[in-house]
Ligand binder design. Structure first.
Ligand SMILES: CC(C)(COP(=O)(O)OP(=O)(O)OC[C@H]1O[C@@H](n2cnc3c(N)ncnc32)[C@H](O)[C@@H]1OP(=O)(O)O)[C@@H](O)C(=O)NCCC(=O)NCCS
Length: 400
């Protein structure tokens, strides 16, 4: 019988987790189990499995998540725990799972898909594009790290969560990419993150001043480095006590390397640049797929309207975006943005899905694509105002 892809059912979950466990050498089964079940939006049928000869030989999970896009939110399918039994590889099973996942995400109204991978080849031929993020490398400084008194770094407590969430929302408010986290999701994160790797420790710390939480940070310490998974630090000065605590912990394990993914214009990166010699390098482990152009545009209308108000208040043009054959009309009457069907008489801007995603996520490739096209100038100007450079950013704490 031909291999078939079907949604996972509860009675066969153990079998599917066994496949995941066999496929990943260094990630414990416990992590996959908790990462899935603790997710407040989880349902067993979000996993797809390949059955061959009656046995489950491959698994993929589509996490149901949403990313922040300034004032708007875009739902996406987070492709996670993609695993094919070592004895059944090279027979197209991962490909089958990904094709079924795309159909599922399109049927479920997830206009985007996001994943993180070390093997982009597996996803590139099925429409996922590498999206550049910024990874920093630094070294803990020697000598005294002094800061103004009155600050204490301590482990997070349940009562700190609302404040941590407020800090997260403040930092993410203008950004494209960060996950939309509910309180239940924050709690789930504290459950699964410590299980990522048996030989690393995950710390969730808050910085307290006069009994008030003023910053938070999630870090992972291994024998190799201290990785910042999420830095809820709005001002440079607040990073200094963390730097001191991280350095002491790292030193106890003989570690001096400090890494992480940060927004290039963040206050935290500024501090690490000055104090830890941190430099940014492009990283391309993140991949995105456009499942629906209409869905991706309609989801972000509230943010497009906000951008219009800020930068282009007068009535603008109507034009059509044609992205790999899918077309959507963008109309920009006074104080509004309307996404609709093309009427046939508008200027058409043709983009590949990779170019569109770069534009949509505020990455440099978007403007490079516009530079190379012959677009009427009033449309070109408008497109750049609707999609300003604002590089995509995603915390490692939310990875799959
Ligand atoms: C990665 C993995 C899922 C691939 O499964 P598979 O069933 O052997 O893959 P397929 O036969 O369906 O191949 C799909 C495509 O990926 C390519 N591919 C597969 N494994 C690859 C690898 N390790 N490196 C580069 N390309 C690879 C194939 O050439 C094929 O390309 P094509 O569709 O353009 O022809 C499997 O090797 C695995 O479980 N690895 C361990 C866990 C893992 O790394 N998961 C992915 C985490 S992001």
């Amino acid at each position: 019988m031909n291999p078939t892809v079907r949604p996972l059912t509860s009675d066969r979950r153990d079998e599917a987790l066994d496949v995941t466990n066999r496929a990943f050498d260094d990630t414990p089964r416990d992590y996959f189990e908790r990462h899935q079940s603790a997710d407040p939006a989880w349902d067993v049928s979000q996993s797809l499995v390949v059955e061959d000869g009656g046995a489950i030989v491959g698994h993929l999970w589509i996490a149901d998540r949403a990313m922040r896009y300034g004032e708007a939110r875009v739902r996406f399918g987070g492709i996670a725990d993609v695993a094919v039994d070592p004895a059944h590889r090279g027979r197209g099973h991962a490909g089958r799972l990904l094709e079924a996942a795309v159909q599922r995400m399109q049927a479920d109204g997830q206009p985007l898909s996001l994943l993180s991978t070390g093997t982009p080849e597996v996803y590139a031929s099925r429409g996922w594009h590498p999206v550049q993020t910024a990874r920093f490398e630094g070294e803990f400084p020697g000598g005294d790290i002094e800061w103004a008194g009155g600050y204490v770094v301590r482990p997070v407590q349940a009562a700190d969560l609302p404040t941590a969430m407020r800090i997260y929302a403040d930092i993410a408010s203008d950004r494209v990419g960060p996950l939309d986290r509910t309180e239940a999701y924050w709690q789930a994160m504290m459950d699964w993150l410590p299980r990522i790797a048996p030989d690393s420790e995950v710390y969730f710390d808050v910085l307290v001043q006069v009994r008030t939480v003023v910053a938070y940070a999630i870090t992972e310490l291994s024998d190799d480095r201290l990785d910042i998974l999420d830095g809820g630090i709005e001002y440079e000065d607040l990073a200094i006590p963390f730097l001191s605590v991280w350095r002491d912990r790292a030193a106890a394990r003989g570690v001096s390397r400090l890494t992480g993914e940060l927004h290039p214009s963040s206050e935290l990166f500024d501090l690490l640049r000055k104090r830890a010699g941190a430099t940014l390098k492009p990283s391309r482990h993140c991949m995105l797929r456009l499942n629906s152009l209409r869905g991706a545009l309609e989801s972000v209308v509230p943010e497009l309207i906000r951008r219009r108000r800020r930068m282009a208040p007068l009535p603008g043009p109507a034009f059509v975006l044609n992205v790999d054959g899918e077309a959507a009309r963008i109309e920009t009457p006074m104080v509004n943005v309307v996404i609709g069907e093309p009427l046939g008489n508008e200027p058409v801007v043709e983009l590949t899905s990779g170019q569109f995603l770069d534009l949509y996520l505020g990455l440099p490739g978007g403007y490079q694509a516009l530079d190379d096209l012959d677009i009427p100038s009033h449309v070109d100007v408008y497109l750049r105002r609707l999609f300003p450079n604002s590089p995509f950013m995603y915390w490692r704490a939310d990875r799959f």
